[in-house]
Design a protein around this ligand. Structure first.
Ligand SMILES: Cc1cc2nc3c(=O)[nH]c(=O)nc-3n(C[C@H](O)[C@H](O)[C@H](O)COP(=O)(O)O)c2cc1C
Length: 294
């Protein structure tokens, strides 16, 4: 058998049967940090890096609930045609054979106060100041708002499927809404969405099931980014996350991107500002590696 270099080896996803052509993964990076330049589009093609799997940064599914300025937004109430708006970006991302998964997100309480003074969350636990920002006091999502959110996730996934995406990746890590349901530290609900692990995992499982009902997992990839743990006292633990991952796998999640931390314990950021300041290679990086912004 011919030797294939480890990074060049393809992976076939178990449920959808879709093939990731190599082991290079462009993890989700928020488009707010994009260096997209409309006058120099040919140098901004993410696909040219040759990654087998490309995810977008988080795409909020509610225009009044952004993660940050410059986010791409998929809102069911936007007046423009979202399929036509996303089709060129999907085509560009897939132009070198990558599997392409946009990331769907709702920030919940974890949004700077200057962007949203009245955020929603699983309950009313406020995020203390961190990352040099303050955060609004959240109100707990009502049952009707939970239903609306589920409908929005499904609608956004359907739009992206029509635009040609291979699937979606749910942002269920880093302290955003799905994490706010999973975390016993944040989720103080007393209804069927709070309390036991089964209840705290209900929201994400219902979203997965609702998407799968419209977009069967043998042809549309549902992936999820989850924390291994929150790295914060009383937050989600490794043991609980392992159980949730098993439930999600059984529900039809094709693969997981495992990360960790929240804004209050930002393990995933490393010491990014220090690194950027100290690494000479970063000066060149901005010129060579550019991300797409839609
Ligand atoms: C500026 C910046 C923006 C990011 N945006 C996102 C994002 O939109 N969605 C996401 O899931 N992760 C985002 N991340 C986290 C990375 O995808 C990734 O999780 C991080 O580099 C750490 O890698 P690890 O999760 O494998 O530990 C972002 C990280 C940085 C530094």
């Amino acid at each position: 058998m011919a030797h294939i270099a480890p990074l060049a080896q393809p992976i076939t996803l178990k449920l959808s049967g879709k093939v990731i052509k190599n082991r290079l993964y462009r993890t989700p990076l928020s488009e707010y940090a994009s260096s997209y330049d409309e006058d120099n589009v040919e140098n901004c093609e993410l696909a040219d890096g040759g990654a087998g799997l490309i995810c977008t940064g988080n795409i909020p599914i509610h225009r009044d609930n952004l993660e940050n300025y410059n986010n791409a937004v998929l809102d069911i109430n936007n007046p423009w045609d979202p399929v036509e708006a996303f089709r060129p970006a999907v085509k560009a991302a897939k132009s070198r054979g990558a599997l392409f998964l946009p990331q769907l997100q709702f920030p919940g309480r974890q949004v700077p106060e200057f962007l949203n003074v009245n955020p929603k969350s699983s309950s009313s636990e406020q995020l203390p100041p961190c990352l040099n920002k303050t955060y609004g006091k959240p109100s707990p999502l009502t049952k009707a708002e939970i239903e609306d959110l589920k409908r929005r996730y499904v609608w956004a996934a359907e739009v992206l499927a029509k635009a040609g995406a291979d699937g979606i990746i749910l942002h269920a890590s880093h302290g955003y809404i799905m994490q706010q349901f999973l975390s016993p530290l944040i989720n103080k609900r007393t209804d069927e969405y709070g309390g036991s692990l089964e209840n705290r995992a209900r929201f994400i499982l219902e979203v997965v099931n609702a998407i799968k009902e419209k977009l069967p997992s043998d042809r549309f990839v549902i992936a999820a980014k989850l924390n291994c743990q929150d790295f914060i006292e009383g937050g989600t633990s490794f043991a609980e996350q392992c159980v949730v991952i098993k439930w999600l796998e059984d529900a039809g999640v094709d693969f997981f991107d495992i990360s960790g931390g929240t804004y209050a314990s930002p393990a995933w950021r490393g010491n990014i500002m220090k690194e950027l300041a100290e690494r000479p290679s970063q000066k060149e990086r901005g010129r060579c590696v550019r991300s797409t912004s839609f």
